[in-house]
Design a protein around this ligand. Structure first.
Ligand SMILES: Cc1cc2nc3c(=O)[nH]c(=O)nc-3n(C[C@H](O)[C@H](O)[C@H](O)COP(=O)(O)OP(=O)(O)OC[C@H]3O[C@@H](n4cnc5c(N)ncnc54)[C@H](O)[C@@H]3O)c2cc1C
Length: 410
């Protein structure tokens, strides 16, 4: 059997993770990435334990993880004035593994994934804009991907296509035209600021119709986000001044952090999600991963981690030799069965967290929520988070392949 061919649409976190995992399992893998530069925009990202487990499964050893990120913990929730609502005892030995996070600058995560992909033999085509996909049939017609580069149209055939082109996925639009992103009702300022002095643990503040959080992403940088209710597409003149004003009556450390942010370092994006996600993560020879399949609200901080999990799972499940040809259909069905319930549940938890936190209105609602949550022991929250953070990858396919084994699975 010849080397199977995978085409990955999108070179973000999910696409590069999938490409690395597939290349490691013997797929000849090409990533088609629309951007022509290799620089990933963005600020910081918090990757919980499940995402770190996925990075390890992709071949990131402890040294590489330490070079790109900053290991810290989540400390729970405060009200907008900085008073305790629900604090996590992050120094307790049974709690620490569940609340340990890797703070990362997105550009560093992206650059590291790109480097690991190249080391694994992945070809990355930059400036390759995918415009159409025909899904093919496992065991039958191969999939086809149409793409344009520098004014030239191309058509690639593949045994497996990975739809990893994010929130506004062209692959999703072609294969699941009825599923479209929905505005969350919130917009988010984000920035990375130089800092060596502040507590780098993830601190989250809930106030009327908003949330603020900060965490360290390197020894000398702190990431912050300010997530607030706002009309879709709202245009404001001076983003820095508006952000300062929006949080002016919140805890003083928040105003100081925004004031320490250079205005040209501040970005803001309206936040969208895919309520419920796709009805299937598979169509023909196409597997959908990351935001293209299950974009969740950022209130669980799981978008990057689940994108990494998707890549690892796809590589492991589609990686076996028996998964090529007729067996690919079974492998993709298993991918869907493993990934969809988990990502759906995490997205549903993110919606609940938004209702309880960032989306909650002012006045009595804040007082009632805060009083109720002050009665909840931090350990209960940690137990609830353990099943998400405690993810382990599917087992690696057994090696070496025996021909009788692969024949018996066709
Ligand atoms: C405000 C905010 C805060 C967040 N905070 C966190 C956090 O703290 N922790 C966390 O885990 N997650 C967070 N997330 C979510 C996380 O950023 C995403 O879930 C994650 O980036 C998804 O990765 P992806 O690879 O699926 O998509 P993307 O990172 O969007 O990558 C998609 C790639 O596909 C390319 N592409 C698009 N269309 C095409 C095309 N037609 N042809 C070729 N290429 C194409 C794009 O250029 C891009 O490179 C946050 C999101 C938001 C909006």
């Amino acid at each position: 059997m010849g080397e199977p061919v995978a085409t990955v649409v999108g070179g973000g976190i999910a696409g590069l993770a999938s490409a690395v995992a597939l290349a490691r399992e013997g797929w000849r893998t090409t990533v088609l990435e629309r951007r022509s530069d290799a620089v990933e925009v963005g600020a910081g990202v918090a990757v919980p334990g499940n995402g770190v487990a996925a990075l390890h499964a992709l071949g990131f050893d402890g040294g590489r993880v330490a070079r790109i990120g900053y290991t810290t913990t989540a400390t729970g929730f405060r009200d907008n004035r900085g008073r305790r609502i629900l604090l996590i005892p992050d120094d307790r030995a049974d709690v620490r593994p569940v609340v340990t996070l890797l703070g990362l600058h997105r550009q560093r995560l992206h650059a590291a994934l790109l480097q690991v992909a190249r080391e694994a033999g992945v070809a990355v085509a930059a400036g390759a804009h995918v415009t159409g996909v025909r899904p093919g049939t496992p065991g039958g017609a191969r999939a086809e991907v149409e793409w344009r580069s520098g004014g030239t149209a191309h058509l690639s055939e593949a045994d497996l296509v990975v739809g990893a082109d994010g929130m506004w996925s062209a692959v999703r639009a072609a294969l699941f035209p009825g599923v479209r992103p929905r505005y969350s009702g919130s917009t988010s300022w984000r920035a990375v600021v130089p800092d060596t002095a502040r507590d780098g643990r993830l601190a989250e503040y809930w106030g009327p119709e908003g949330e603020f959080g900060s965490l360290r992403v390197s020894a000398s940088e702190l990431y912050w986000y300010g997530y607030v209710r706002a009309p879709q597409g709202a245009v404001v003149g001076d983003e820095h001044a508006v952000a300062r004003a929006r949080f002016s009556d919140w805890a003083p450390e928040i105003g100081e952090l925004i004031a320490d942010t250079a205005p040209d370092r501040l970005m803001r994006h309206d936040v969208y999600h895919l309520p419920g996600g796709l009805p299937s993560y598979v169509r023909g020879r196409v597997a959908m991963v990351g935001d293209a399949a299950h974009a969740a609200l950022p209130t669980m901080g799981q978008g990057a981690a689940t994108a990494l999990e998707d890549g690892v799972s796809l590589g492991r499940l589609a990686g076996g030799r028996e998964a090529h040809g007729h067996g690919l259909g079974r492998a993709l069905a298993e991918f869907d069965a493993v990934r969809r319930p988990r990502c759906r549940a995490i997205a549903a938890q993110a919606v609940l967290m938004a209702r309880l936190g960032a989306d909650l209105g002012g006045g009595w609602r804040q007082a009632v929520r805060n009083s109720a949550l002050r009665l909840v022991p931090g350990g209960a929250l940690v137990r609830a988070g353990a099943s998400v953070a405690g993810w382990t990858p599917p087992p690696a396919p057994a090696r070496p392949w025996s021909s009788s084994h692969s024949a018996s699975l066709r």
